[in-house]
Design a protein around this ligand. Structure first.
Ligand code: GRF
Length: 207
């Protein structure tokens, strides 16, 4: 059984896709041990608690420094003893110590086809604004392992999504979520839980 901990910052629709995937059996061999948010007011914590899952907030606002917050976050994650940490719309830079300790055991969902529209400053609606500004005709989402560099880790899966005439950042974000993110992330977790992906020479291979 793969024990996962999900880190969130916002609405938690990706978290919901994971909860639903475990409930309906499309994600197998997986147990959701807990959800941690950096933000007290978010819907994600409600979603987790409604599903009977341990959910807690660790907010940078409650700590005097980033170091102390990082320590508290890592401590909370450690307590839950995850095999895999899933960043599902987590807008905080993952503490380097966490990346080190959980090397090859942290994944992230990013709402573009990496290496386009990713890296520092590309988060949330910004990603879709930039894609529209550039006039790309296809965008999508990427699930990847997390390494020190922002959005630079080995890519597990990607899915393209068409940009349509008249799209706004909001309509494009919604389409990318519906057509890519909510499918890709649960599938990647199922693949990891069932040993279907491995990292070889910095790249993900299947089988
Ligand atoms: C998603 O677009 C995800 O790719 C990005 O942040 C958004 C989070 O949405 N990193 P939600 O909280 O899962 O609804």
């Amino acid at each position: 059984m793969l024990r996962i901990v999900v880190l969130v910052s916002g609405g938690g629709t990706n978290l919901q896709a994971i909860i639903d995937g475990i409930a309906d059996g499309s994600i197998t061999n997986t147990e959701l041990a807990g959800v941690i948010s950096n933000n007290k007011t978010v819907k994600s914590l409600e979603r987790a608690r409604a599903a009977g899952i341990f959910a807690e907030c660790v907010s940078p606002k409650d700590y005097e420094s980033r170091e102390l917050f990082n320590d508290a976050l890592l401590e909370k994650v450690d307590e839950l003893q995850p095999d895999l940490i899933v960043l599902a719309g987590f807008l905080v830079k993952v503490p380097p110590r966490m990346v080190e300790r959980y090397s090859g055991r942290i994944i992230n969902i990013h709402p573009s086809l990496i290496p386009s529209f990713c890296g520092v400053g590309y988060y949330g609606l910004k990603v879709h604004e930039k894609a529209l500004e550039r006039g790309v005709k296809v965008t999508g989402a990427t699930v990847h392992f997390v390494t020190e560099g922002m959005d630079e880790g080995p890519i597990i899966a990607q899915k393209p999504v068409p940009v349509e005439e008249g799209d706004t950042p909001e309509t494009l974000q919604r389409r990318v979520m519906e057509q890519a993110e909510w499918i890709l992330l649960p599938r990647a977790i199922d693949d990891i839980a069932n040993d279907r992906v491995r990292i070889v020479d910095g790249r993900v291979v299947r089988g």
